[in-house]
Design a protein around this ligand. Structure first.
Ligand code: NAI
Length: 682
C-alpha cells in the first residue's frame, strides 16, 4: 500500500481511504495504493464488501494533470478500475466533494455510487482537450443512457448531488455522515458492474438535437466529436473493443497540441488565484459598495456585486438613468429566473440589498466606491475630490477607466494610496475577467482588497501596473491597428474577419467594431489627433466610414451592410478601401488567411513581450488569461504569449523585423526571447 491509501476494516467491511492532500488528486501513489488495497481486500475472506472513500472533503478531485504531458506511470487508471470490476466481491464508491474526471470514472467502475450532500460529479476532460479515457464514455451511457451522457461529457459540467441523483449518476445521497451510511449499504450490496450492462440503440430526433447542440457548444472540437462517436458506439460495439478504442483516442488527445494548451491555461488560472496570498495579506473589510454611474458598466457591476452578497448603492447624477438602471437590473434577474439560474426568493433577497441614490450622502458609509462614469479625466478627477470630501478616510476608490491614466486620476486625491483600478469588461455581470490596476501610489493593502473583492464576485482578477490600455486593450489596439493596415495593403474586412474567426475567435475585429459602434473610436481619434505622430502610418478608412454616418450595426451600416439583418459585404466600403490604398500609392496585394493570422499573432505576441519588458505584468500566463477571458482568443491555442513561446525564436524575430518595416514609424519592436526566458525560469 502507498502512503496515500489507508486500509481499514469495520466488521466485515473494508474501508479504503484516499488521503492525498491537498485536494486528493488521483496521482500515481493513489492508483498504486488502490490496486494493492483491492487485491488485499479480494484475498481476505473475512471481508464481504469494500467501501472506497476520501479522507477529507473530496473523493478524488480528478486525475493529476501534471502527469499528463509525459508517459503515465503504471498502474494507469483503467487497470485499477478493471481490478475493481473483476473483484468477485462488491466495492462501493462513497463519493464526496469534487469527484471529477478520473475520480468519477473510478466511481463508475464500482458496484454502486453513494454521495455526500456536498458532492460534485462530472467528466470535464473535454474542457482540457481530452475525453474520459478510463471507461467514462462506455460506462456512463450504461448508467444513464446515450443522450444524457453526451450532455454530461460534452459540456464537462459539474453536477451537484441532487441533480446527479435525478440523472442516475449516483444511487443515493447520505442524509448525514457518508462513511457509516456507505458501510451499512455495503453490508447488503451485490456485484453490479456496469460493463456487463447493455445500451439500447437510440435513433430518435431528440438524440440528434442533443448531438447538434453539443457540437455547437463544443465548437466541433475533435475531443467533442470523438466523445459523441464513442458514447454512441456503446449500443453497437462490445464493451472491451470500445474501451480499447476509447483509451487509444484518449492517449492521442492527451499529448496533442490542444491538450497542452488547455493544461497551460488550467495551471495559469490556478496560479493566478495565488498571486496574492490572501491568508497572509492585510485587507480592508468590504460590505458596502457604492457604484457611481448607472450606465452600461455601472449596471453590470451592480448586478455582479449584488449576486455576491454585497450591499450595493448605485449613484448617478441623472434620476432618469437610475430608473433605467433599475429596470435593466430587474430584466436581467427576470431572465435568470426564467433560465433557472436563480430562484425568485434569492432574487428578492439580493435586491433587498440594492439602493439607488441621486444624492452624494451615498458616499458616507461606503467601504468601496467604484466609479463607472464618463471616460473623461477632468470629470473623473472632480468626482474623486467630491467623494473624498464626504467619504471616510479608509474608503477605497476604484476607477473602471479603460484608457485614462490612473495616476493622473489620482493626482487630485488627498489619499492616493486608496485609489486603484478595477477594470471590468462588458457585460460586467457576465465577463469573468477583471484587470486590477496598481497605480504608483496604490497601497498593497488596497491592491489585496481589490483582488479579494473581485474573487468574491466569482471573477478572475489579473493584476497589472498602470499603463495605456493595461494588458487587454493595449494588445487589442495593436491588433486592430494591424488589421486596419492590412485593409490598406490589400485585404477586405470580411477576408480578415473570416480568417480570424476560422482561427477560433468568435468575431473578427471589423464585426466587433460594427457591434460596439465605430463612432466611439472615431471620437477618441479626433480628441487625440494632436498627439499623433505625423510620421506614423494612419489609416483613414475608418474615418471615411464615420464621415458618412456608418457607425456600425446601430446605423445599419459600418464595415458591413446590415440592411437585410445580417452582415453583408458592401461595395461602398470596398470602394472606400480601394480609394484609401490608392490615395497612399499603395499597390494592393492578396492576403491568404494564414498570412492574416500570422500577422495578428505576431502583433499580439510582440505587444505581450513589450508588456513584460515594461513590467506592466510580470507573468506571461496572465497575458494569456486576459486575452482568452476578455477578448475571445481561442483557448485551445493557449493565448498569444503561449503561442510566442512555442515558436522558433529566431524565425519569429525575423518575421517581426519584417512587420516592423511594413508598419514603419512608431512600431515598437519587442524582444521575443523573453517568452523562452520566462518559460524556463517559471
Ligand atoms: P455610460 O455612458 O453608459 O455610463 C456613464 C454614466 O455615468 C451615465 O449614466 C452618467 O449619467 C453617469 N455620470 C457621468 N458623470 C457622472 C458624475 N459626475 N456623477 C455621477 N454620475 C455620472 O458609460 P459606460 O460605458 O458604462 O462607461 C463607464 C466607464 O467604464 C468609462 O470610464 C468607460 O471607459 C469604462 N468602461 C466601459 C466599457 C464598455 O464597454 N462600455 C468597458 C470597460 C470600461
Amino acid at each position: 500500500m502507498t502512503d496515500t491509501i489507508h486500509f481499514e476494516t469495520e466488521d466485515s467491511i473494508a474501508v479504503i481511504v484516499i488521503d492525498n492532500p491537498p485536494v486528493n488528486t488521483g496521482s500515481w501513489s493513489v492508483r498504486k495504493g488502490l490496486l494493492d488495497a483491492v487485491e488485499r481486500f479480494a484475498q481476505d475472506d473475512a471481508l464481504t464488501a469494500a467501501v472506497i472513500i476520501g479522507k477529507d472533503k473530496n473523493f478524488i478531485s480528478g486525475s493529476d494533470l501534471k502527469e499528463f504531458g509525459k508517459p503515465i506511470a503504471l498502474p494507469e487508471l483503467p487497470q485499477v478500475i478493471e481490478a475493481i470490476e473483476k473483484c468477485p466481491k462488491p466495492i462501493i464508491a462513497a463519493i464526496s466533494g469534487a469527484t471529477l474526471g478520473g475520480g468519477y470514472e473510478l466511481a463508475l467502475g464500482c458496484d454502486a455510487r453513494l454521495a455526500a450532500q456536498n458532492t460534485l460529479v462530472g467528466l470535464p476532460e473535454v474542457t482540457l482537450g481530452m475525453l474520459p479515457g478510463a471507461g467514462g464514455t462506455q460506462r456512463l451511457p450504461r448508467l444513464i443512457g446515450i443522450g444524457p451522457s453526451i450532455q454530461v461529457i460534452c459540456s464537462g459540467k459539474r453536477i451537484k448531488a441532487p441533480e446527479a441523483l435525478k440523472l442516475g449518476m449516483v444511487d443515493a445521497i447520505a442524509e448525514g455522515d457518508l462513511r457509516p451510511f456507505a458501510i451499512e449499504y455495503a453490508k447488503t450490496a451485490v456485484k453490479n458492474p456496469l460493463s456487463e450492462k447493455s445500451v439500447a440503440k437510440d435513433e430518435s430526433a431528440e438524440l440528434d438535437a442533443i448531438v447538434k447542440k453539443a457540437l455547437k457548444a463544443g465548437k466541433h472540437r475533435p475531443q467533442v466529436q470523438e466523445s459523441i462517436r464513442l458514447i454512441k458506439s456503446t449500443a453497437e460495439v462490445d464493451f472491451a473493443t470500445a474501451l480499447a478504442e476509447e483509451r487509444k483516442v484518449f492517449q492521442k488527445l492527451r499529448v496533442g497540441e490542444e491538450a497542452f494548451a488547455l493544461r497551460h491555461l488550467f495551471f495559469a488560472e490556478t496560479n493566478a488565484k495565488k498571486v496574492i496570498n490572501l491568508k497572509e495579506a492585510t485587507t480592508k473589510a468590504i460590505q458596502n459598495v457604492v457604484i457611481v454611474g448607472a450606465g452600461t458598466m455601472g449596471t453590470g457591476i451592480a448586478i455582479a456585486a449584488l449576486k455576491a452578497g454585497f450591499n450595493v448603492t448605485v449613484y448617478d447624477q441623472s434620476k432618469s438613468i437610475l430608473v433605467q438602471c433599475k429596470s435593466k437590473i430587474d430584466a436581467i434577474y427576470e431572465k435568470d429566473i426564467a433560465a433557472g439560474r436563480i430562484k425568485s426568493e434569492d432574487r428578492d433577497m439580493q435586491l433587498a440589498h440594492l439602493e439607488l441614490a441621486d444624492h452624494e450622502s451615498a458616499f458616507e458609509n461606503a467601504d468601496l466606491i467604484i466609479e463607472a462614469i464618463f471616460e473623461n479625466l477632468a470629470v473623473k478627477q472632480n468626482l474623486i475630490k467630491q467623494i473624498e470630501s464626504i467619504s471616510r478616510p479608509s474608503t477605497i476608490i476604484a476607477s473602471n477607466t479603460s484608457y485614462i491614466d490612473l495616476d493622473e486620476i489620482a493626482e487630485v486625491s488627498i489619499r492616493p494610496e486608496n485609489i486603484v483600478g478595477i477594470h471590468f469588461f462588458n457585460p460586467a455581470n457576465i465577463m469573468r475577467l477583471v484587470e486590477v490596476i496598481h497605480g504608483n501610489n496604490t497601497s498593497q493593502e488596497v491592491i489585496a482588497t481589490a483582488f479579494s473583492f473581485v474573487q468574491k464576485l466569482g471573477k478572475l482578477p489579473i493584476i497589472c501596473k498602470n499603463a495605456f490600455g493595461f494588458i487587454g486593450n493595449r494588445i487589442y489596439a495593436a491588433y486592430r491597428y494591424q488589421c486596419e493596415l492590412m485593409l490598406e495593403e490589400g485585404a477586405l474586412p470580411h477576408q480578415i474577419d473570416q480568417a480570424i474567426e476560422s482561427f477560433g475567435f468568435n468575431m473578427g475585429p471589423f464585426a466587433v467594431g460594427d457591434l460596439s459602434g465605430l463612432d466611439i473610436a472615431w471620437n477618441m481619434r479626433k480628441a487625440n489627433a494632436a498627439q499623433r505622430n505625423p510620421e506614423a502610418r494612419y489609416v483613414e478608412i475608418p474615418d471615411r466610414l464615420c464621415e458618412v454616418q456608418r457607425f456600425g450595426r446601430k446605423t445599419g451600416a459600418g464595415y458591413y451592410n446590415y440592411a437585410n439583418g445580417i452582415a453583408e459585404v458592401d461595395p461602398i466600403v470596398t470602394d472606400i478601401i480601394l480609394k484609401g490604398s490608392e490615395a497612399k500609392g499603395i499597390e494592393r496585394k492578396e492576403f491568404s488567411p494564414e498570412q492574416i493570422i500570422e500577422r495578428v499573432l505576431l502583433t499580439m505576441a510582440n505587444e505581450a513581450a513589450l508588456l513584460l519588458a515594461e513590467g506592466v505584468t510580470l507573468r506571461m500566463n496572465d497575458i494569456d488569461l486576459v486575452m482568452i477571458n476578455g477578448f475571445g482568443f481561442p483557448k485551445w491555442e493557449g493565448g498569444p504569449a503561449y503561442w510566442g513561446a512555442k515558436q522558433e525564436t529566431l524565425a519569429l524575430q525575423q518575421k517581426l523585423h519584417e512587420l516592423a518595416k511594413v508598419t514603419g514609424v512608431g512600431f515598437n519592436q519587442g524582444d521575443l526571447t523573453i517568452f523562452k526566458y520566462l518559460t524556463k525560469s517559471a
